[in-house]
Write a protein that binds this ligand. Structure first.
Ligand code: HEM
Length: 450
């Protein structure tokens, strides 16, 4: 006798997708969600990206989604994401398959492994700054940060150093991302269709890389620590590859998406913030100059240096709270689930939204104020309330990787330059937050310490 939540599923396939996407582009998506909550209450039904969906929010809702240990809630992305990234990507897997594939990714992304890659990330950041920032009067930050984080992913995770093979990925990759939050109508000229075609091209390129590495592996007994693909290829049990070729390709695509756009947005928003808040910028600079003073000219940063960047990391966390790169996410009800007096029917999507706890006055007082000191004592943040990286068994495995690239990038940028914002301060979501004109800034080189 339990009822499904109030609300309307709208017109078939399209439902409320266009309304949400329009609000995201106008940067009014939080208000769009709030209006729904005011109209229907804390739990409501709608239809997003071709599937009936239930929107729930708040600390209890986040806990319900992230800490659900049973089999009733499974991960499932929208139809568009599944078709674009492939059905063996981690977001589509559950149970033992999820643990097996996630284990392979984590063995590469965990801090013990990452420590040895700090100097490589340092090298990528410095070469990027030499090529794209030095001697420039103005730069457009977002496209540059996309290039930087994409190159870091290609170099560290796929073993692709700079060159033609790496460059071939960039354009189809951007086209692929554009259709990930789209209505799955596969007709010529739709975003979804362009994205599917780009995905096919990337899968072909990745297949070639996997085959190249297989050959190298057989010839030289490749070093499993070299890069993520080699690491996955070298995992063998009972003469059988632990991770199948499709799993390697689909998860390489997932990592390209998950690990590149998110971090580039975060660095861009930190740069925007430092332009807007001189006092915070001065405090970040002071911390980074202290670290720079202890280094010889050209000496790369180390894991220990990063652990001293406490204030800078608080600024990054506060940026993640105010401008989370990931707006929210989806799960699927594997059975009929009871929640808050309603039933979420089997097969329906469950939609969670990051900002609903990040901007809750009871959790983060004066939520619109940018205040890095909120993160001085991380333990004071209630559980399941600060969720830019999600939570529970599916919490972002790239968290440490992101921390390393962000801190290294900010270190070199603030110690080498100051900057002034030239474009206005607004941004839209597409679906990631995207500043107007990609954040155009005027650059002023700093006098070098050494
Ligand atoms: C600022 C940077 C980043 C942010 C804000 C971010 C955020 C997130 C979020 C919100 C999720 C979904 C969690 C959930 O559904 O419960 C996620 C999952 C994931 N992220 Fe990240 N991420 C970032 C960087 C990275 C990086 C650098 C990588 C890889 C190198 C990465 C790889 C992944 C993967 C593979 C998943 C799927 C995990 C699973 O389903 O088990 N992310 N991330």
């Amino acid at each position: 006798s339990k009822r499904v939540p109030p609300g309307s599923l709208g017109i078939p396939i399209i439902g409320q997708s266009l309304g949400l996407l329009r609000a995201m582009r106008a940067n009014t998506a939080e208000k769009w969600i709030e209006d729904r909550i005011n109209k229907y209450g804390p739990i409501s039904k709608l239809s997003l990206f071709g599937t009936p969906t239930v929107l729930i929010h708040g600390q209890a809702a986040n806990k319900f989604i992230f800490a659900n240990g049973g089999d009733s809630i499974v991960n499932q992305q929208t139809q568009s994401i599944k078709m674009i990234l492939g059905d063996r990507n981690l977001l589509e897997l559950s149970g033992k398959d999820h643990s097996r594939v996630r284990g392979a990714l984590v063995s590469f992304l965990k801090p013990e492994s990452l420590k040895q890659y700090v100097s490589k990330i340092d090298e990528e950041v410095r070469s990027h700054i030499r090529m794209h920032w030095e001697r420039k009067k103005q730069v457009k930050v977002l496209p540059l940060m996309k290039t930087l984080t994409f190159n870091i992913i290609c170099s560290l995770l796929f073993g692709l150093e700079s060159g033609k093979q790496r460059d071939q990925f960039m354009n189809p990759f951007q086209a692929m991302i554009k259709g990930m939050w789209s209505v799955p109508i596969n007709a010529p000229f739709t975003r979804y269709n362009r994205s599917l075609r780009a995905s096919a091209r990337i899968q072909k390129l990745l297949k070639e890389i996997v085959h190249q590495k297989k050959v190298e592996h057989e010839k030289n007994g490749a070093n499993s620590r070299q890069d993520l693909i080699s690491c996955m290829l070298s995992m063998v049990e009972d003469d059988k590859q632990v991770i199948t070729e499709n799993e390697i390709i689909h998860n390489a695509m997932l990592v390209m998406v998950a690990g590149h756009d998110t971090s580039s947005i975060l660095i861009t928003f930190i740069i925007r913030l430092l332009a807007n808040e001189p006092a915070i910028c001065a405090a970040v600079l002071q911390e980074q100059e202290e670290i720079a003073k202890g280094k010889l000219l050209g000496e790369p940063l180390t894991w220990e240096d990063l652990s001293k960047m406490k204030y800078t990391w608080r600024v990054a966390n506060e940026t993640l709270r105010r401008f989370p790169p990931i707006f929210g996410g989806f799960r699927k009800a594997a059975t009929d689930i009871e929640y808050d007096g309603y039933v979420i029917p089997k097969g329906w999507q469950i939609f969670w939204v990051t900002s609903m706890t990040h901007m809750d006055n009871n959790i983060f007082p004066e939520p619109s104020k940018f205040d890095p000191s909120r993160f001085e004592n991380q333990a004071s943040t209630p559980p399941y309330c600060f969720v830019p990286f999600g939570g529970g068994a599916r919490i972002c495995p790239g968290y440490e990787f992101a921390r390393v690239e962000i801190l290294v990038a900010i270190h070199y940028l603030v110690t080498k330059f100051s900057w002034k914002r030239l474009s206005d301060n607004s941004f839209s979501r597409d679906p990631m937050p995207t500043p107007t004109q990609g954040l155009l800034i005027e650059l002023f080189p700093r006098k070098q310490l050494s």
